[in-house]
Design a protein around this ligand. Structure first.
Ligand code: WTA
Length: 668
């Protein structure tokens, strides 16, 4: 991994925010951003104290950051932030608001897949959280216990998370699309005591029998740590038959009303470093990693980034479309927005149910002002054409966000022109499950955006694009502007993961050994002359084509810029002559025919845009690409298909297994 990475994407369009946007923005110039950013690095004590002043601390912190068992400030890998503080995050997310006019403000506006809507005020969310926390405590949940949450996108999932936090219990939300074995493995790894689930939920017109999956998972010996299963009645008579196991299973509504008469428990204050949650993320090999987040550092980072990146205002209706089973759903659907007193839209179902106009009708109906979604969704909408968004009034939108993958400039421009109607800045936010909060983004009123760039570092974050260099101090050097390299984070930040649950060695090896003592993100990137970052994709997705190491994202961006292409994935295939041959998988937009003429045109297009050396050796058309349940293309599986071998690794995160079978069948 010592060679450099050639960055081939040329993109120099820039878009300034409108004068109107700037005039109301929290941070309205690059100078103001630069000053704050500098302060966050030079004087973190002053910066973090001021920026967290509206949060609730029972006891203030005495040390801003330190190495665990060592000196100040913190150095990798084991760190502590805001040492000495005592707090309960729910007091920042709920209690502080109910003492003000926000008591009757909507915290969550929910829409079910079938069209029902509910509004939950801060006052109600506060009350429901306390009632449910009381019930959990009554059934044995204590500070430090692990609680698995296996639910769909219903308001009670936020109640469940907050109720755990209220008690100092550690939640682990498992995405409701995972199968029983994946749930079992996560329960076993963290030794969860309780599972909270629901009878069922809707997805694309089908009923998901969530409680059934829990039954399958907890009936296995590996999951014997589970003492209670708590079931929310969400569908009731419309849902599947639920079998309640005597002595183990409890109805949510029954335990809540049974404990109502008991004493209302106080929120449990915990130390700054007390674990808040575990979230499992899959590595490309091996078992899932339980990423562990702490209390104070996580709260402060999500609070501050949410406020500035989304430039949140009292009257915004903010919609994050991510499922609560992913980190985006934790940080920017629950903790960040609630700690800021924002109103969140929450939608239960699929983006294309009953048709591709659903998202746009939700925006029109509720007057959504901020939309935060993923490139995979944007490309899927783009593929369906402009007619769908054009049927709805999107004039309420003022800001758009993207997260999860590099957004290719083509999709960015469509998002900007057709959804944002050239009026809304786009914040392209780079971060990871491990980072807990956004690490890079443009601040929407402070500076211009560039299609495909994740912009500038957030406060307290020090990214660097580097190459290994054994002769240099630390074993690496920063590469020049516009050169590709490894993306690292040079200093600890408040919301970084504290460890991999139960496996400190894996934590150190995974994140701090590529470049000794620095956090390696696993991504390749370049930084341009304006200090804007461009993520070129995961390093394990880097291709070596004729001696040039190129990020898959860049080849894919060029392919998607062709009018016939909806999505593309580039992978390497072992080749006796060249070492690696370039194979691309392409899906086409409606109205285009996948044939050899088109393949030829696409090959020429890549040659013209990047260079002859990058011309794909093989172009394969597909109906769909294999994706994880959070929408990331699984290149590892495509690599196996391209090489004509069986896939050995874990396929539990694959959204639709039939896609893979179809790709294999297409092989001549
Ligand atoms: C990728 C999601 C480019 C990146 C919050 C990262 C991105 C991984 C972006 C983390 C972005 C996320 N531009 N790439 N704006 N956001 N990524 O843990 O490869 O699901 O390392 O966290 O997604 O994915 P995760």
């Amino acid at each position: 991994m010592s060679e450099s990475i050639t960055s081939v994407l040329k993109e120099d369009r820039r878009f300034e925010p409108s004068a109107e946007f700037v005039s109301r923005a929290r941070i309205s110039s690059r100078e103001e951003y630069d000053r704050l950013y500098k302060e966050s690095l030079d004087d973190p004590e002053t910066f973090w104290r001021r920026e967290s002043s509206e949060l609730v601390f029972r006891e203030p912190w005495t040390v801003t950051s330190r190495t665990k068992g060592g000196g100040e400030p913190a150095s990798f890998p084991f760190v502590e932030w805001f040492v000495g503080a005592k707090l309960n995050v729910t007091e920042s997310c709920l209690d502080r608001h109910v003492k003000t006019a926000r008591r009757n403000k909507a915290a969550i506006i929910w829409e079910g897949e079938l069209g029902a809507t509910r509004t939950i005020t801060y006052g109600e969310l506060h009350r429901e959280t306390i009632r449910f926390a009381n019930a959990l405590a009554e059934h044995g949940v204590k500070k430090g216990d692990r609680v698995a949450i296996y639910m769909g996108m219903v308001p009670e999932v936020a109640v469940a998370m907050l109720a755990c936090a209220r008690l100092g219990a550690v939640h682990t939300v498992v995405f409701g699309g995972f199968a029983a074995d994946a749930l079992r493995d996560r329960i076993a790894d963290c030794q969860a005591k309780v599972v909270i689930t629901q009878d069922g939920g809707y997805r694309r017109g089908h009923v998901l029998a969530l409680k059934d999956v829990v039954d399958k998972a907890v009936s296995q010996p590996e999951a014997k740590s589970i003492e209670k299963v708590i079931v929310l009645k969400h569908l009731g008579d419309r849902g599947p038959q639920v079998h309640m196991h005597e002595g183990r299973d409890l109805w949510w509504h029954e335990i809540v009303s049974d404990t109502e008469a008991g004493p209302a428990r106080e929120a449990t204050p915990v130390d700054a470093e007390h674990p808040l949650f575990i979230l499992y993320t899959s590595g490309s090999t091996g078992k899932p990693k339980g990423v562990l987040h702490s209390t104070a550092g996580y709260l402060v980072s999500t609070h501050v980034t949410f406020k500035y990146v989304f430039d949140i205002r009292e009257d915004d209706l903010y919609w994050c479309t991510a499922d609560v089973g992913w980190v985006t759903g934790h940080s920017y659907l629950v903790y960040g927005p609630l700690s800021n007193g924002a109103t969140c839209m929450m939608y239960e179902g699929a983006p294309n149910y009953p048709d591709w106009g659903r998202f746009w009708r939700i925006i029109e109906k509720h007057r959504v002002t901020i939309l935060y979604t993923a490139p995979t969704a944007i490309r899927a909408f783009l593929r369906q054409g402009d007619e769908w968004p054009q049927k709805s009034d999107l004039s309420s939108l003022r800001l758009l966000g993207s997260v999860g993958e590099p957004i290719n400039p083509e999709a960015w421009m469509w998002y900007f022109d057709v959804i944002g109607q050239k009026r809304c800045p786009i914040v392209d936010t780079w971060w990871q499950t491990e980072t807990g909060a956004i690490m890079m983004s443009t601040l929407p009123g402070a500076s211009f955006t560039k299609p495909g760039s994740t912009g500038l570092p957030m406060f307290g974050v020090q990214p660097a694009v580097v190459a290994k260099d054994p002769a240099a101090p630390g074993g690496y050097r920063r590469v020049e502007a516009n050169q590709g390299g490894l993306l690292i984070l040079e200093r600890p930040w408040p919301s970084m993961l504290r460890t991999v649950w139960g496996d400190d060695d894996r934590f150190v090896k995974q994140y701090f050994s590529e470049i000794d003592g620095r956090y390696f993100t696993g991504d390749g990137a370049r930084c341009d002359a304006d200090g804007y970052h461009w993520v070129v994709g995961r390093i394990d997705d880097v291709l070596n084509v004729a001696g040039h190491r190129i990020g898959t994202a860049e080849i894919e961006s060029v392919l998607v810029s062709h009018p016939a292409v909806a999505e593309a994935a580039a992978v390497g295939k072992p080749d006796e002559l060249k070492g690696q041959a370039l194979v691309v998988f392409v899906t086409v937009k409606p109205g285009h025919t996948p044939n050899s003429t088109l393949a030829e045109k696409l090959g020429d297009h890549v040659s013209n845009e990047i260079g002859k050396f990058a011309k794909p050796d093989q172009i394969r058309f597909a109906d769909a690409l294999p994706k994880t349940r959070s929408g990331k293309i699984m290149r590892r599986l495509l690599k196996d298909v391209a090489a004509g071998r069986e896939s050995k690794g874990d396929t539990s995160t694959l959204e639709d297994l039939s896609v893979l079978a179809k790709l294999r069948a297409d092989e001549e």
